[in-house]
Design a protein around this ligand. Structure first.
Ligand code: ARG
Length: 560
């Protein structure tokens, strides 16, 4: 039963159901009740003070059987659920649905394209790609859990003049064997060397331009090299996605749109939106810099590709939303070309959304591909795992599969660091902070989950039908039940705001509550009925931690 909906139905005698439903929220203080309706927003229309409204309603409404008490307090109408009913209802539902608890079919038949990670060929997969990769993947799983047809797209940066430079560098300072041995790191090295050498020998730039022109013209040697650079890069990068549990449905990168841009340019011309600016073709926009579509030398740009890609995705997937999980540095870029789509007269421009996020700063300092001091994500993962292993050796020297657990803890902690706070916040990445077992951290949640499994394991087969849910009447137990109940609605809110951190935060709070519960209450040695209720609660907590972390993309060890 949906308690909130039931209460809204009871209130619908006095105000529209939808309005009542949207006003109902959890009270600030659990001592006041389980759900409340602030009456402030009704005051104007009702021509009464919120205090009077709350009191009037408290006197008039029919108390449904699952409600124990209705009370007006300072303009709030508070409802307290009969705790044993509420607990048995909520826990029963979590246990019945298991891994499906929280899932729905709300998005059935609707496509959501998600453009994330979108790394660059022959460039480092660096720490700056962490957020887009794990945020995008979490959104992908979240939308899937809500029944949407999520489409994960890695819009590879696989086109641009840099490939001319790389081909020159390859011919001058490398060879097939060298690259096969050194992989993408070696490609980056020779690319960096190109920039150093070109400062002294500017004619290298002419050679590079020439090679890029050949590539654009489809020259077979240039094309084969480019294709091979892509293979080398992906061969090194795909295992990182594997470790992070990240998947894509499409790797259609920038080059995929080479033959799809002209149609967009033609349409812009037809609609008289292109104007000449010193030989370049641009779209003028209100309140911001114009969007350049074609450069003076005839070359297309990043924005031109994004436009072509959006049209392709609309046609191919018929999305209801197309998300771009890209750092806030690119705010202007997205605002510009979204406006271009709008000016072309397509109302689906409003289905395009830039899901922006903050920067990661590491203890190691700044990073730039050209100078060659980028911090590679795989190095960060390895270091986190290594540190996790050291902590595990110290804390649990006898743990079986310590290396597997260290991988889950280390990689999980890195993912967690990008998904615990609102995405727009900058991240200050510190190994000791993310791997602390006692903070609001990944290992803390993993440890709590392992604790739940351990309690359940010790209990063995238990007949939960004998559970006495009225014993879950203390504040912490009630808080836990409320947190469990809130989870499905929270997933909807997280999707609505494209904010997976809501889920991470919820799971952390639930873990904290459970630990308090665990220290305050006997579980295995509790009297009959109480023991079963506490075990059922434990099972339900483990389930919601599992379901939440499955969306966030963090694995949970059985033992720690
Ligand atoms: N490859 C780009 C970068 O590393 C990100 C691409 C984002 N996606 C897009 N459709 N523009 O900055």
């Amino acid at each position: 039963m949906d308690y909130k909906a039931e209460i809204a139905r009871v209130l619908s005698e006095f105000l529209p159901y939808e309005e009542a439903y949207s006003l109902l929220v959890p009270p600030k203080d659990i001592a006041l009740g389980d759900i409340c309706m602030p009456c402030f927003r009704l005051a104007k229309a009702w021509r009464k003070s919120p205090v009077a409204i709350a009191e009037e309603l408290a006197g008039k409404i029919q108390k449904p059987p699952f409600v124990e008490e209705i009370k007006a307090v300072a303009g709030y109408l508070n409802f307290r659920y009969s705790s044993s009913n509420f607990a048995s209802e909520v826990i029963g539902k979590v246990l019945e649905k298991g891994a499906d608890y929280g899932r729905s079919d709300k998005g059935q038949g609707q496509a959501v394209c998600i453009d994330y990670s979108s790394i660059n060929i022959a460039k480092p997969f660096h720490i700056g790609h962490l957020s887009t990769t794990v945020l995008g993947a979490a959104l992908y799983r979240l939308y899937r859990a809500l029944g949407y047809n999520a489409v994960g797209i890695n819009h590879l940066g696989d086109w641009g003049t840099q490939f001319g430079k790389l081909i020159v560098a390859y011919h001058k300072w490398s060879n097939r064997e060298d690259i096969e041995r050194g992989g993408v790191r070696r490609l980056v090295e020779i690319y960096v060397k190109f920039h150093q050498e070109a400062e002294l020998h500017p004619e290298l730039d002419d050679e590079a331009r020439d090679w890029f022109r050949r590539l654009e013209e489809g020259d077979s040697e240039a094309y084969a090299l480019w294709q091979w650079f892509k293979e080398i890069t992906l061969k090194d990068d795909l295992p990182i996605y594997e470790r992070l549990g990240v998947r894509f449905d499409s790797f259609a990168g920038e080059s995929f749109y080479n033959d799809k841009m002209q149609a967009v340019i033609d349409e812009l011309e037809e609609k008289n939106l292109l104007v000449d600016s010193e030989g370049a073709r641009i779209v003028e926009l209100e309140g911001m810099a114009p969007c350049i579509i074609v450069k003076r030398d005839g070359a297309t740009l990043y924005a031109t590709r994004d436009l072509a890609a959006a049209f392709y995705r609309k046609q191919h997937y018929d999305f209801v939303k197309c998300l771009y999980v890209v750092a806030y540095q690119q705010n202007l870029h997205f605002k510009q070309w979204f406006s271009v789509v709008d000016r072309m007269g397509y109302d689906w421009a409003k289905q395009l959304e830039h899901v922006a996020f903050g920067m990661v700063s590491l203890e190691e300092g700044a990073m730039s591909t050209r100078k060659g001091n980028a911090v590679w994500l795989v190095d960060v993962l390895d270091k986190a795992v290594e540190k996790a292993l050291a902590i595990i050796h110290e804390k649990s020297p006898h743990l079986a599969n310590a290396t597997d657990v260290a991988e889950m803890v280390g990689v999980g902690s890195v993912i967690f660091s990008a998904l615990i706070n609102n995405r727009i916040k900058d991240i200050e990445f510190k190994y000791d902070k993310i791997l602390n077992f006692d903070g609001e951290t990944c290992p803390y949640v993993q440890y709590t989950h392992a604790r739940c499994l351990s309690v359940l394991g010790k209990a063995g087969e238990v007949d939960l039908s004998g559970a006495d849910y009225s014993s879950l009447s203390d504040d912490v137990s009630k808080d836990i039940v409320r947190s469990l109940e809130r989870y499905p609605a929270l997933l909807l809110e997280a999707a609505d705001k494209n904010e997976p951190s809501f889920i991470t935060r919820h799971v952390v709070d639930l873990a904290k509550l459970y630990n308090k519960f665990y220290f305050d209450n006997k579980i295995l040695s509790a009297p009959d009925g109480v023991r079963e209720a506490r075990l059922a609660l434990t099972r339900a907590v483990a389930t919601v931690i599992e379901n939440g972390f499955a969306i966030i993309g963090i694995r949970l060890p059985d033992q720690m």
